[in-house]
Design a protein around this ligand. Structure first.
Ligand SMILES: Nc1nc2c(c(=O)[nH]1)N[C@H]1C(S)=C(S)[C@@H](COP(=O)(O)OP(=O)(O)OC[C@H]3O[C@@H](n4cnc5c(=O)[nH]c(N)nc54)[C@H](O)[C@@H]3O)O[C@H]1N2
Ligand SMILES: Nc1nc2c(c(=O)[nH]1)N[C@H]1C(S)=C(S)[C@@H](COP(=O)(O)OP(=O)(O)OC[C@H]3O[C@@H](n4cnc5c(=O)[nH]c(N)nc54)[C@H](O)[C@@H]3O)O[C@H]1N2
Ligand SMILES: [Mo]
Length: 779
C-alpha cells in the first residue's frame, strides 16, 4: 500500500475518531462528529505509529537464539537479534512442535489476558486462542482482572449474572425515579471514557449530570473526592480504603435495630436473612456490627453512618458498587454486603432503586442494553482442560503441580514450558512485578506479539511485530453499544510488519493447521463474513442492515436497539414463587449454603467484615502508613500508547504522578512536582508528587499505565524509574472462592529521592543486533 496522505475512521475502546495521516504517521485526530464528548485519549494516536518504541522487525532474544529454549535469568536484560519473518516463524513453529511433543499442549499457556484493540476480527486474544486451539489446545485462564471476584460471587447471590447485569437500573430510570445514589467507590468520570470493544458516542457523563439536574442526590463513599465530578454536588464520605464492608454492615445494622427494613423483601425474596441479622446483632461472634463499631474501622463518624442508613431507607435509593471495591483482598464481601444493605433498604426491585455494579467503571454501564449483535471471530474447541484463575499466573509458573481452590473445585497448576501472549501486557496488569519476574524465569520460551517495545516485549524470547488497529480494516461494535463501525486502514504498517492474523496463518500453515485456522479466508474476507453473520443476527431481531458495500461506504450505523423489560428483582418482589431466581433457593441469597459449604476460611457464606492483609487499621501501617490506590489512568487505556501525546503531556518530569493529601506531603517536606520514591517490601518506583485536597490523608493515588522501566533491566527488585504501581501491589487472591486480583489492597511509604534523577527509558527499544554472533553462550 502506498504512503500517500489519507484520512479515515477508526474505532477504539475510547471512542470513534477521524484520523488524518501522512500515509505512515498520524498527524491529526478528530472525535467523530456524532460524539458530543469525545475522549482526549484519542490524542495518543498522534505520532505513535513511527515512534522509536515501535517494534519494526521480528526479534529473538540473544540468549534464546544462541543457547536454545530453557529457564533463564536473562530475560529483561538481554539484547535482541532481528531476524526475517520466515526465520521467526520457523523458530517459533519448531519450538511449538517440541513443546507439544515433549510435554503436551497443556504445557502451552495461552491465557493471553488483555484488552488488545477494538475490532471484531483482528481482536488479538481471539486470534491467539483460535490459533492455539487449531494446533491442539492450550492452558487457558478464567475471568478478568476487571471483576473476577464479582464474576464468581454474583452467581451465588443472584443466580444468573448476565440477567442481573442486563436488568439494572439504567441512567434514564435513575433520572426519572431515583432520589438518592450512594456510590461506593464513586462515579469516576475518567473511567467512562472507555468501553470494551468501542463506543460510538460518549453520553454517560451527560446522564450523570442530567440526573443531578432532575433532582437525584449523590453521596460518594470513597477515599478520593475526585472519583465524582464536582458538578454533581455530591456529599463526600472519605472512608479508609478497603473498609466498605464494615460501613455497609453498620448501615444494615442500623436499619435492623431501628426496624426500618423492608420485611417483605428480606423474608419473601431473600434466603438467609435471619442468619445475616444474627451476625449483625453479634449473636454468632459476640460483636454487634453497630455504627460505633464500624466507625473505628472505616473512620467515618458513627452518626454519619446512622444518618446515611436512615436516608437510604426513606426514599427511592440506589447503592452503586464500583469494580474497584472487589479488586481487593476479600473483594467478594463488599459486594455481598451491598446486596444485603440494599435488600433491607426498601428500594430493591423498584424502578431506579436497589443495588448495581460498575456504574462509571465503563461507559455503557448502564446507558444501553448489554447485547452485542456483531459477530466475533469464532473460536475453535480447545482440547486441553487445564485452566487457571486469571490472576494466578505467577503462582502457576512458580508452583507447577501445586493445588489451588476455585469456586468449590480443587485443581492443580500445569507445568508450563511455553507462554504465548498477544494483545495483553502482564507487566501492566499483574500485581507484584518482582514476584512475577521470578516466575517469568521458569518458562523455556515466551512468545509475544506486540506493536511496541513495552516491558512485555522486552521480557520475551520471540517478538513478532504486528500492525496496529489503524493499519488494517475491521468491523467494531462495543459491549452494549448501538454503533456498528467500519474501521478503515488509515496508514501502512512499517515495511515487513504483518497483522496478528497473518503471523498466525503462517504458523498454522507450517504446523499443518492452516485450513483449520483460516478456513481459506483472507482477513478482508473474514471481516466481510463477520458482517454477513451480524446481518443475520440483526434480521432475527427485526433490524435490517444494508449491504456490506453500503456499510463500508457509510462508515457506521447506529442500530435501533430498544431496551425494556423489568428492573432486576421487580418480578421477584411481585411474586417470588412464580419468578424464582436461578439460585439454589430461588431467592436472592444473603446467605449461601453453597459458599458456606466450601468451608473457605477467607470467604464465608454471607457478608462479613474480614480484615484485609494490608490496610490503615492494621499493624503493617506503622511501617507503611499510606494506602495506595492504583486507579485507572485518565489519559490512556491501561498501558496502551503510554508514549502517546496525551499520556506524555500528563507526566511530570517524565514520570507518573503520585497524588497525595497536603498533610502527607507537608509532613514529608515534599514540594509539588518533586520526584519521590514510593516503596514497600515488594518494590519501589519513582513518581512525581502532586498535592491535592481531594484525597483522604493517609491515601495516595498512583494510576496504572506507566510502562515498567527498571533502573537495571532484568534485575529483580530494581527501582522502577517511571511510576508503575504494580512493583508495589501484592499478588494475593481476593479469596479461595474467586482467586481474583487484589490490586487495591496495598500499603506504601513515600520518601524524598536524593541524587541525580535516572532518565526514563521505558519508551526506548532494547539493544538490537542485526547479525547473530558465531559463539554461543550458555545461560
Ligand atoms: N495495580 C493495578 N493493576 C491493575 C488494575 C488496577 O486497578 N490496579 N486494573 C486491572 C485491570 S481492570 C485490567 S483490565 C488490566 C489491563 O491490562 P491489559 O489489558 O493487559 O493492558 P493493556 O495495556 O490494555 O494491554 C494490551 C496490550 O495489547 C497491545 N495491543 C494493542 N492492540 C494489539 C493488537 O492488535 N495485537 C497485539 N498483538 N497487541 C495489541 C497493546 O500495545 C498493549 O501492550 O490491568 C489490571 N491491572
Ligand atoms: N480512562 C480510563 N478509563 C478506564 C480504564 C483505563 O485504563 N483508563 N480502564 C477500564 C477498565 S479495564 C476497568 S476494569 C474499569 C475499572 O473501573 P473501577 O474499578 O471502578 O476503577 P478504579 O479506577 O480502579 O477505581 C475507582 C475508584 O475507586 C476508589 N477506591 C479504591 N479502593 C477503594 C475502596 O476500598 N473503597 C472505596 N469506597 N473506594 C475505593 C478509588 O479512589 C478509585 O478512584 O475502568 C475502565 N475505564
Ligand atoms: Mo479492567
Amino acid at each position: 500500500m502506498s504512503t500517500a496522505p489519507r484520512s479515515g475512521q477508526t474505532a477504539s475502546h475510547w471512542g470513534r475518531y477521524e484520523i488524518v495521516t501522512d500515509g505512515a504517521e498520524v498527524v491529526q485526530v478528530h472525535g467523530a462528529h456524532e460524539d458530543p464528548d469525545p475522549s482526549p485519549i484519542g490524542d495518543n494516536y498522534v505520532g505513535s505509529l513511527r515512534h522509536r518504541a515501535r517494534v519494526l522487525r521480528p526479534a529473538v532474544r540473544r540468549g534464546w537464539l544462541d543457547g536454545g529454549p530453557g529457564s533463564t535469568r536473562r530475560r529483561g536484560g538481554d539484547e535482541y537479534v532481528e531476524v526475517s519473518l520466515d526465520e521467526a516463524v520457523e523458530l517459533c513453529a519448531t519450538e511449538l512442535e517440541r513443546v507439544r511433543r515433549e510435554h503436551g499442549n497443556e504445557a502451552i499457556f495461552g491465557g493471553s489476558y488483555g484488552w488488545g484493540s477494538a475490532g471484531r476480527f483482528h481482536h488479538a486474544q481471539s486470534q491467539v486462542h483460535r490459533f492455539l486451539s487449531a494446533i491442539g489446545g492450550y492452558t487457558r485462564s478464567l475471568n478478568t482482572y476487571s471483576h473476577a471476584a464479582e464474576e464468581v460471587v454474583l452467581p451465588h447471590i443472584v443466580g444468573n449474572r448476565e440477567w442481573f447485569l442486563r436488568s439494572l437500573p439504567r441512567w434514564s430510570q435513575i433520572a426519572e425515579h431515583t432520589d438518592l445514589v450512594v456510590a461506593f467507590g464513586g462515579l469516576p468520570r475518567g473511567n467512562v471514557q472507555v468501553n470494551p470493544g468501542g463506543l460510538g458516542s460518549h453520553q454517560n457523563a451527560a446522564w450523570q449530570t442530567g440526573s443531578m439536574r432532575a433532582g437525584v442526590r449523590f453521596v460518594v463513599v470513597s477515599p478520593s473526592r475526585d472519583d465524582t465530578a464536582s458538578e454533581l454536588g455530591a456529599q463526600w464520605m472519605p472512608l479508609r480504603p478497603n473498609t466498605d464492608t464494615a460501613m455497609m454492615l453498620a448501615m444494615a445494622h442500623t436499619l435492623l435495630v431501628e426496624g426500618r427494613y423492608d420485611r417483605h423483601f428480606v423474608h419473601a425474596c431473600c434466603a438467609g436473612f435471619d442468619r445475616v441479622a444474627a451476625h449483625l446483632r453479634g449473636e454468632d461472634d459476640g460483636v454487634e456490627k453497630s455504627a460505633a463499631w464500624a466507625a473505628e474501622i472505616c473512620d467515618v463518624a458513627a452518626e454519619t453512618i446512622v444518618d446515611l442508613a436512615r436516608q437510604l431507607a426513606s426514599c427511592r435509593s440506589l447503592v452503586t458498587l464500583s469494580w474497584s471495591l472487589q479488586r481487593q483482598h476479600h473483594g467478594e464481601m463488599p459486594y455481598w454486603a451491598g446486596f444485603a444493605l440494599a435488600a433491607m433498604a426498601g428500594s430493591m426491585g423498584k424502578p431506579g432503586g436497589g443495588v448495581g455494579t460498575g456504574y462509571s467503571s465503563i461507559h455503557n454501564a448502564y446507558v444501553h442494553d448489554r447485547v452485542s449483535v456483531a459477530a466475533a471471530l469464532p473460536s475453535l474447541p480447545n482440547s486441553v482442560p487445564d485452566f487457571i484463575p486469571v490472576a494466578r499466573i505467577s503462582d502457576m509458573l512458580l508452583d507447577p503441580g501445586g493445588a489451588f481452590d476455585y469456586d468449590g473445585s480443587r485443581s492443580s497448576y500445569p507445568d508450563i514450558r511455553l507462554v504465548y501472549w498477544a494483545g495483553g501486557n502482564p507487566f501492566h496488569h499483574h500485581q507484584d512485578l518482582n514476584r512475577m519476574l521470578r516466575a517469568w524465569q521458569h518458562p523455556e520460551t515466551i512468545v509475544v506479539h506486540e506493536p511496541y517495545w513495552n516491558a512485555m516485549a522486552k521480557h520475551a524470547d520471540i517478538v513478532f511485530p504486528v500492525a496496529t488497529s489503524l493499519e488494517r480494516d475491521d468491523l467494531a461494535m462495543g459491549l452494549g453499544d448501538p454503533w456498528l463501525v467500519a474501521m478503515q486502514q488509515v496508514a501502512a504498517p512499517p515495511e515487513g510488519v504483518r497483522t496478528d492474523y497473518d503471523v498466525f496463518a503462517r504458523l498454522a500453515r507450517r504446523l499443518g493447521a492452516g485450513q483449520r485456522f483460516t478456513e481459506g479466508r483472507t482477513a478482508d474476507e473474514w471481516v466481510r463474513e463477520l458482517y454477513e453473520r451480524s446481518v443475520r443476527t440483526c434480521a432475527e431481531m427485526g433490524i435490517e442492515l444494508p449491504s456490506y458495500a453500503e456499510f463500508r461506504r457509510r462508515g457506521q450505523i447506529e442500530l435501533p436497539l430498544s431496551w425494556d423489560g423489568p428492573v432486576a428483582f421487580e418480578e421477584l418482589r411481585a411474586d417470588p414463587a412464580r419468578h424464582p431466581l436461578e439460585t439454589p433457593s430461588g431467592k436472592l441469597e444473603l446467605y449461601s449454603e453453597t459458599v458456606a459449604g466450601f468451608g473457605y476460611d477467607d470467604c464465608p457464606g454471607f457478608p462479613t467484615w474480614l480484615e484485609p492483609a494490608e490496610w490503615l487499621g492494621g499493624s503493617l501501617a506503622r511501617a507503611y502508613p499510606l494506602h495506595m490506590v492504583s486507579a485507572q489512568p485518565e489519559h490512556k487505556l491501561h498501558g496502551q500508547l503510554d508514549h502517546g501525546a496525551a499520556s506524555m503531556a500528563a507526566k511530570v518530569q517524565s514520570r507518573e504522578v503520585v497524588w497525595m493529601a497536603r498533610a502527607d506531603a507537608v509532613a514529608r517536606g515534599f514540594d509539588d512536582g518533586e520526584v519521590v520514591r514510593v516503596f514497600n517490601e515488594r518494590g519501589a518506583c519513582l513518581a512525581a508528587v502532586r498535592v491535592t485536597e481531594g484525597l483522604r490523608p493517609g491515601v495516595v493515588r498512583l494510576a496504572t499505565g506507566a510502562w515498567y522501566d527498571p533502573l537495571t533491566p532484568g534485575e529483580i527488585g530494581a527501582l522502577d524509574k517511571h511510576g508503575n504501581p504494580n512493583v508495589l501491589t501484592p499478588d494475593i487472591p481476593a479469596s479461595k472462592l474467586s482467586q481474583a486480583p487484589s490490586a487495591h489492597t496495598c500499603l506504601v511509604e513515600v520518601e524524598r529521592f536524593d541524587g541525580p534523577l535516572p532518565p526514563v527509558t521505558a519508551h526506548d527499544p532494547p539493544r538490537l543486533a542485526r547479525q547473530p554472533p558465531a559463539a554461543s553462550t550458555s545461560e
